[in-house]
Write a protein that binds this ligand. Structure first.
Ligand SMILES: [Zn+2]
Length: 501
């Protein structure tokens, strides 16, 4: 009787977890896209002293939001300009989200240094006060839409203006669609020392249809035409052609994926030695822009003079911030505990009961990777609500969890079965939450738990463990029901064998 009550309590706990985990996941994602992180140390870039770009009277920066390197190379005007100047492969760091990347560009500080991680539709109010544009009197920025990004950066004037009382929203967006290019052309043709034009349509179509779509390519060719018009408005200026991140083939950005993190930039115009540079960091571009307008960047910036950046290109993953040593060690320790518990649960005096191992978890993870690939913050499914664009590829594997639990309860203790089925999956979840600094935000701290890889793992792992807990809980319940059923049966159908014998 006591054992049955314990088993029922276990069922209640497992089903309660399955019920609340999706809500915990939504809360976690809200923390990711809303808050800032505690500023931390950036990656070190190899470098030294060198010659920077000479200052010039007019610097013009055009950024095509969400333009992938491979698509940029199909744009005739972009390519023609790049061939006349310096083309560079640029790593924008992590995460690959427009506001944090552009804050990084205009401050020379990486996302880890600023702590600006995502801030979905949350402009910086007040705007940056010591950024490059804040040090250039009369600096102008014009954006196609999502004006809250340019309004956050510290330009003397940034268009479109905000809707009064709603800093995230643009004032009168409909007429602006027809007016912004004229406003941008007026700005670039003016005498202003620094002008920034932010083109958004490529990113918009990237989200809707993906990089491998006719709509995305079409938006890129429209952006290419806009680029030509703008350059024609200030042909003698020094031009910076930029992108803040690429897009996945099926659409999405935000993670550490190479195709998203590494984009193409070009610098063209007076004083630029033409050529092609290897991989440089976005903060190297900040340094180049600061030199071009004759200001200095923040002392903490790791950006290098252009001659140094050209000479010392980065390794493909050098720009990704490493995991803090302490958190990494704790995460590995939790994982080791999970493995040790699993090993204990399948061991018997004589032999190992492999059938009791959490095969459902291993199979489920494999299915997930085969169908989705490694989860990254670029994938819409990491943010998606259950059932929408989220491919829960592990579902067939849940049968293994239920079967192993059901059979296991007939042969060993409830504790052994629970540890066997659930210790490893929950250890993986706890390790991922630890690695990304997720515990404090889950307990209510207003902090963004954003690191490469592990933040994205937490989202599917929360659902995966919820489904696994439900499968194990239901199998325990089935076993209890079966026991009750078999206990009663002798009373309902009296055995006749003894008297017959
Ligand atoms: Zn975007």
């Amino acid at each position: 009787m006591r054992a049955r009550i314990t088993a029922l309590a276990v069922v209640a706990v497992l089903l309660a977890y399955a019920y609340v985990a999706p809500g915990v996941r939504r809360e976690f994602i809200r923390d990711v896209i809303t808050w800032d992180a505690e500023p931390s140390e950036p990656v070190e870039l190899r470098g030294g002293a060198g010659v920077g770009l000479a200052p010039i009277a007019r610097t013009r920066v055009i950024l095509i939001d969400g333009l992938s390197a491979q698509t940029a190379r199909t744009m005739p005007n972009w390519m023609a300009l790049c061939r006349k100047g310096l083309a560079l492969d640029v790593d924008v760091g992590f995460p690959t989200v427009s506001l944090p990347v552009e804050v990084s560009l205009w401050t020379g500080l990486t996302q880890q240094q600023t702590g600006v991680m995502f801030r979905s539709d949350r402009p910086l109010v007040p705007p940056l006060s010591s950024s490059i544009p804040a040090r250039v009197p009369g600096s102008l920025a014009v954006a196609e839409d999502h004006g809250f990004i340019v309004r956050s950066l510290g330009f003397s004037s940034a268009l479109p203006t905000a809707l009064p009382g709603s800093p995230a929203k643009d004032f009168d967006p409909e007429p602006w669609k027809g007016a912004w290019q004229t406003a941008a052309l007026d700005a670039v043709s003016s005498d202003a020392k620094l002008v920034f034009v932010h083109v958004l349509r490529v990113d918009t179509w990237g989200h809707k249809k993906g990089r491998d779509s006719a709509e995305y390519r079409n938006a890129a060719s429209e952006a290419d035409a806009i680029l030509a018009t703008m350059v024609a408005g200030a042909p003698d200026a020094r031009w910076f052609l930029l992108s803040d991140h690429g897009h996945l083939a099926r659409g999405g950005h935000g993670g550490e994926d190479h195709s998203v993190r590494q984009v193409e930039h070009c610098i063209v115009g007076p004083g630029v030695v033409p050529g092609r540079a290897g991989l440089v960091h976005l903060v190297d571009m900040s340094h180049a822009i600061a030199d071009s307008v004759g200001v200095t960047v923040d002392k903490a910036s790791r950006g290098r003079p252009i001659s140094v950046a050209r000479a010392m290109s980065l390794d493909p993953d050098e720009a990704v911030p490493p995991l803090a040593l302490g958190t990494g060690a704790i995460a590995i320790f939790i994982l080791a505990l999970g493995l040790a518990a699993s090993a204990w649960s399948v061991r018997r005096v004589q032999r190992v009961q492999w059938w009791l191992a959490p095969s459902w978890f291993v199979v489920g993870v494999l299915l997930f990777f085969i169908l989705n690939g490694e989860p990254t913050l670029s994938m819409p499914m990491v943010y998606a609500r259950t059932g929408e664009r989220l491919r829960e590829a592990w579902e067939p594997a849940l049968i293994l969890a239920a079967a192993a639990t059901f059979v296991g309860l007939g042969r060993t203790t409830l504790l052994r079965v629970l540890v066997a089925q659930l210790a490893l999956p929950f250890a993986c979840l706890a390790a991922a939450i630890t690695a990304c600094g997720g515990w404090a935000p889950l307990l209510g701290a207003e902090l963004a738990p954003v690191v490469p890889h592990y933040t994205a793992y937490v989202s599917p792992l929360l659902l995966f463990t919820a489904h696994g807990a439900a499968a194990v809980g239901l199998a325990v319940l089935a076993r209890i029901a079966l026991a009750v059923f078999y206990r009663r049966r002798p009373a309902e159908t009296p055995r006749t064998e003894p008297s017959a014998g």
